[in-house]
Design a protein around this ligand. Structure first.
Ligand SMILES: Nc1nc2c(ncn2[C@@H]2O[C@H](COP(=O)(O)OP(=O)(O)OP(=O)(O)O)[C@@H](O)[C@H]2O)c(=O)[nH]1
Ligand SMILES: [Mg+2]
Length: 497
């Protein structure tokens, strides 16, 4: 569901500002796309959310970015905190379980890095939510379009965070919105994390972490293999309380009885009925987890693209950085959506492209660049936009911004030039080399200089220089899997956050 900015505002702020149910304001799970930082941090968030609300920030899609140093996730966290602080979303003096801050400012209770798609960091997020927020109130997942909210909703639906019957009931709810919600938001009931459940969950996590890949079921092994091809960081999300249907194993959950004395006990049967329903009593005191429609970002290049083009531009697989060494007088195109001219500098500099692997990079000279754009924007060489001359007639022209940078050495990028949401180019230059650059994006889309860069050591992730070319061979770092015992040394170490 896509809604306008105004519709979104009224929908979400109505929910977030309504009188608290159960005497508590909801927890806001605020999702930020790490590939689009800081544009994915909504400038109007503080107005949407009631003053004093608890906000837990989730930086998503970390699986797509290659680690450029052992502490890169720590750096991501810091940058995410900084972007939030700029909007006045500041770390809470108190913890997540405490009532809202009386001073009325927003309580940023924590920052988590996850991959909603591969499950990385999700078990840890659930543990945090269950230990701190418990079942104190509803939880709203909000953020920009494409940040991955629905993907996280679906991952949590297969986890220990929802009531054990929820996945079966919600499968139908995804087709028609959950009945009984006034906002038509998709939701599932949150499980009550009683001490017994927390204990059993910990035992399950410990047991899971002791398993090697070979000990997983055939299906799980296949799934993991597939994820390893797609992302750099992978996590397994399991379930402790699911109602087993097969093999006659019955996991009886005594806490199904203890949440509410009036609640009907759920006695799992070997032959579950076709239609699984929650009873009135099971839901009457339930706290809910809501997915919300995403807010459309202003000045975003994706707003100009067709669905087919968006599929090329939005990375779905682990990004393999592409580095080029450019002399002054050279030009780099990122599809026909971005262009960077290296106008002046004393020496060659390195341009590392972080963008969808499907979006082509073309390097040329200043003399040829205009001609190439005229001739090839809209066709296969630059790939996006598609549709040839006819499409380009209505597509906004590229507009330029002059940039001055000073190199800080050949091992560290000085800045990222972020070409709206199409990706960015990290610039690494010799110490004190003064660079004159001109960067272009389609008119009306955001071009920004990100300083410090998100991946300052990215220039190190490259293969050998290709003979007679300005390009280096690409190098794909190995994936890391958390919550699994591995024989291979590369998978043993999950980066510390
Ligand atoms: N690699 C990767 N892709 C992700 C991740 N999360 C979401 N995606 C992809 O990003 C795209 C958007 O995901 P959604 O879950 O639909 O995003 P959303 O926030 O619900 O978007 P709206 O409903 O439009 O607001 C999909 O193609 C997902 O597969 C992630 O953690 N890693
Ligand atoms: Mg969605």
């Amino acid at each position: 569901m896509q809604v306008t900015r105004e519709q979104y505002r009224s929908l979400v702020s109505a929910a977030l500002r309504s009188p608290p149910r159960h005497g508590r304001s909801p927890l806001v799970l605020y999702m930020v796309d790490m590939l689009d930082l800081p544009d994915s941090v909504l400038p109007d968030l503080p107005e949407l959310v009631s003053a004093g609300s608890n906000i837990l920030v989730v930086g998503n899609k970390v699986d797509l970015l290659p680690g450029d140093s052992p502490d890169y996730l720590k750096r991501f966290r810091k940058l995410l905190l900084k972007s939030c602080a700029r909007l006045g979303i500041l770390p809470a003096a108190k913890g997540i379980g405490d009532q809202a801050d009386r001073t009325g400012r927003h309580n940023l209770v924590d920052v988590h890095l996850i991959s909603a798609k591969t499950g990385y960091g999700v078990e840890e997020l659930i543990s945090k939510l269950q230990r701190s927020w418990k079942c104190n109130g509803d939880v709203y997942l909000i953020g920009t379009t494409n940040s991955g909210k629905s993907t996280l909703f679906n991952t949590l639906l297969q986890s220990d965070y929802c009531k054990s019957k929820a996945p079966e009931v919600i499968n139908r709810a995804t087709i028609s919105p959950w009945p009984g919600t006034t906002l038509n938001l998709l939701k599932f009931p949150i499980i009550n994390p009683t001490p017994d459940r927390l204990f059993r969950r910990q035992e399950r996590l410990k047991a899971d972490a002791e398993k090697t890949e070979e000990q997983l079921s055939g299906d799980e092994q296949k799934y993991l293999k597939c994820l390893k091809k797609q992302g750099y960081l992978i996590g397994r999300v399991g379930r402790t309380f699911q109602q087993q249907k097969s093999k006659g194993i019955i996991h009886f959950d005594p806490d199904e009885l203890s949440f509410n004395m009036e609640e009907e006990p759920v006695i799992p049967s070997k032959k579950p009925k076709e239609r699984v329903e929650f009873t009135y009593n099971e839901l009457k005191d339930a706290r809910w987890f809501f997915d919300t429609p995403g807010i459309v970002k202003e000045n975003c290049v994706l707003n100009l693209l067709s669905e087919k083009e968006v599929k090329i531009v939005l990375p779905t697989h682990a990004i393999v950085p592409r580095t080029f060494v450019l002399k002054p007088g050279m030009v780099l195109f990122l599809g026909a959506l971005g262009r960077i001219d290296y106008l002046q500098g004393a020496k060659s500099s390195w341009f590392s492209v972080v963008a969808s692997n499907l979006l082509p990079v073309h390097v040329t000279t200043l003399e040829k660049a205009d001609g190439i754009y005229q001739k090839h924007a809209g066709d296969t060489l630059l790939k996006v936009p598609t549709g040839g001359e006819e499409r380009m007639r209505e597509f906004p022209p590229l507009t330029a911004q002059d940039i001055t940078l000073e190199g800080i050495g050949i091992f560290e990028a000085v800045a990222d030039i972020k070409l709206s949401s199409a990706g960015w180019v990290a610039i690494t230059a010799h110490l004190e080399d003064k660079l004159q650059l001109r960067a272009y994006t389609p008119e009306g889309t955001a071009l920004m200089i990100r300083k410090p860069p998100l991946l300052p050591h990215i220039v190190a992730i490259k293969g050998k220089r290709i003979k007679g070319s300005v390009a280096y061979r690409t190098k794909k770092p190995s994936p890391l899997v958390e919550n699994i015992k591995s024989n291979k040394p590369m998978e043993k170490k999950v980066p510390k956050m």
